[in-house]
Write a protein that binds this ligand. Structure first.
Ligand code: NOJ
Length: 531
């Protein structure tokens, strides 16, 4: 068994985790100072969002130098020290790699801007003449995931492709130099002890080089269902991944995780034995709070990965989606991306959302496979949905013409303390304002408080490593309508009451943990582990 087969990976959005120097921006030394917290929480690994040199137009997913650390986050020496210290705590470090695009400030793009049409420098990206007599129309009608056209025009008439912000030009993966460079970047970090990579936009690298039109609005983190799409999920991706895998296999114990928003039947192709070790399973995140649907989704996820002998993964939140405590507190079928801006906001039931979030995480942690947690979910944090327009930083806000609020509400700096200029995040105000209710949700407020969400996570992770990681089996149990039950190889059972009546749990079993303390009565929107 490898560490990732049942690993708990904690996602650190570095900019918002802990600020060591009081500039309001989280940094590597802040993270280093909190490794003790992560080790007490019981995580096996951290995945750190991009920390490379970057203008931070898209929170660091716009890399200007893959071998340097963004000075606002620290130095290369800090990153090396972090890896060493994390390892000393028994925590692996997964680095976020962004191969689909660079920042427009990357030396390659700067060189391309200063070069002629059809130059070698431009061939590293997708530069094209436009349509129309004067090249005035974009080369295709492709739209950017963040809104607007996916093409931007230069003064000399050439257009360049950017599936995201205009400061994130897409690299041309048909270009051998691009491939070689990214492999060298991988070695650079593996040689420094990184335990693997989370690959950004893993489904987007390869484009249809005949550049056909394709009318479809792109939306972040929604998979395209179209077959033969001009830029998503093309067959040419897989040989690239196989090369990477060979490279990783030269090292011990390293992992490749795909961020691939593709149709469910396409995902296993990324997980063949010579490709990725894991891919995020976004179906679970996107699923609704309905027992039959959840059970069906889990069964098909387990079957899909079993067919290629890969590990299942589960995730409820990340830095791109509305926090799950909030999503689960909204009426079924609310489009939470649009709800952020359009509301009505009074339909959010925060208590209901938190109760469901606590139950959902216990359910997820009991499933076979590995789990990704997003910083702050262990505090039961809700989305900060009411950030004022003037502080919004996500490029989605501007590019969508203020029709989509974007992803800042799940990226508000973590409250470590009940009081203080940024609630223990740093010594000055944080880069995004923290709401008043954050102090009461802080680590300090929840630490050692029986029944707090933080203590629930700690207890669950400790019990998980004892009872729930030894095997990959889950046997469904007979359950009343609206309830899901399954038993793991250790004999430990997990029960989740989604929408049924209060359920009496089998009284001949010892209760290990519940998301609400009620003896053997399991109320709606709660979960229990029994032995
Ligand atoms: C997916 C990342 O998770 C997201 O935050 C980013 O904006 C896009 N990829 C573009 O890199």
């Amino acid at each position: 068994m490898q560490w990732w087969n049942a690993g708990v990976v904690y996602q650190v959005y570095i900019r918002s985790f802990a600020d060591s120097n009081g500039d309001g921006i989280g940094d590597i030394n802040g993270l280093r100072s909190r490794l003790g917290y992560l080790s007490d929480l019981g995580v096996d690994a951290i995945w750190v969002n991009p920390w490379y040199q970057s203008p931070l137009n898209d929170g660091g997913y716009d890399v200007s130098d893959y071998r340097a650390i963004e000075p606002r986050f620290g130095t290369l020496a800090d990153a090396e020290a972090l890896i060493t210290e994390a390892h000393a705590h028994g925590i692996k470090v997964v680095v976020d790699l962004v191969p689909n695009h660079t920042s427009s400030e990357h030396r390659w793009f700067q060189e391309a801007l200063g070069s002629t049409k059809e130059s070698v420098a431009r061939s590293r990206y997708h530069f094209r003449p436009g349509k129309g007599a004067d090249s005035e129309e974009p080369p295709t009608n492709w739209s950017s995931v963040f809104g607007g056209s996916a093409w931007t025009r230069l003064a000399d008439g050439d257009w360049y492709l950017h599936l995201f912000d205009s400061t994130q030009p897409d690299l041309n993966w048909e270009n051998q130099e691009v491939r070689t460079e990214m492999e060298q970047v991988m070695r650079f970090w593996l040689d420094r002890g990184a335990d693997g990579f989370r690959i950004d936009v893993a489904h987007g690298l390869v484009k249809d080089m005949s550049y056909p039109d394709h009318a479809e609005e792109q939306e972040i983190l929604i998979s395209s269902q179209a077959s033969d799409h001009p830029f998503w999920d093309r067959d040419g991706i897989h040989p690239i991944v196989r090369q990477w895998r060979q490279l990783l296999d030269e090292y011990d114990d390293r992992i490749l995780v795909a961020e691939a928003w593709v149709a469910a039947d396409s995902l296993p192709r990324y997980l063949r034995p010579d490709e990725y070790h894991q891919s995020f399973n976004f179906d679970f995140l996107s699923g609704s709070w309905d027992a039959a649907q959840m059970q069906q989704l889990i069964a098909s996820s387990l079957d899909a990965v079993a067919a290629v002998e890969a590990t299942p993964t589960w995730v409820l939140s990340n830095h791109d989606v509305v926090r799950h405590a909030t999503r689960l507190g909204l009426p079924q079928d609310t489009d939470w991306r649009r709800w952020l801006l359009d509301g009505p906001h009074q339909i959010l039931d925060t208590d209901l959302g938190l109760a469901r979030a606590r139950a959902a995480v216990m359910f997820m942690l009991a499933l076979p496979g590995s789990v990704y947690l997003y910083q702050g979910e262990e505090l039961g944090l809700h989305e900060v949905w009411d950030l004022p327009d003037e502080v919004l930083d996500d490029p989605v806000w501007e590019r969508s013409g203020h029709t989509m609020k974007g992803r800042d509400g799940c990226r508000v700096p973590i409250p470590w303390a009940v009081e203080g200029p940024s609630l223990g995040f740093g010594s000055g105000p944080a880069w995004l304002p923290q709401p008043e209710w954050f102090g009461a949700a802080s680590v300090e407020a929840q630490q050692a408080q029986p029944g707090s969400t933080l203590e629930l996570y700690r207890a669950a992770l400790a019990l998980r490593s004892k009872h729930l990681v030894g095997d990959a089996e889950a046997e469904w149990l007979d359950a009343p309508e609206g309830v899901i039950g399954f038993r793991r190889g250790s004999g430990v059972e997990c029960w989740l009451n989604v929408s049924g009546q209060t359920m009496t749990l089998p009284t001949d079993r010892e209760i290990l943990l519940t998301s609400t303390s009620v003896g053997h009565e399991l109320p709606v929107n709660s979960a229990a582990w029994l032995k």
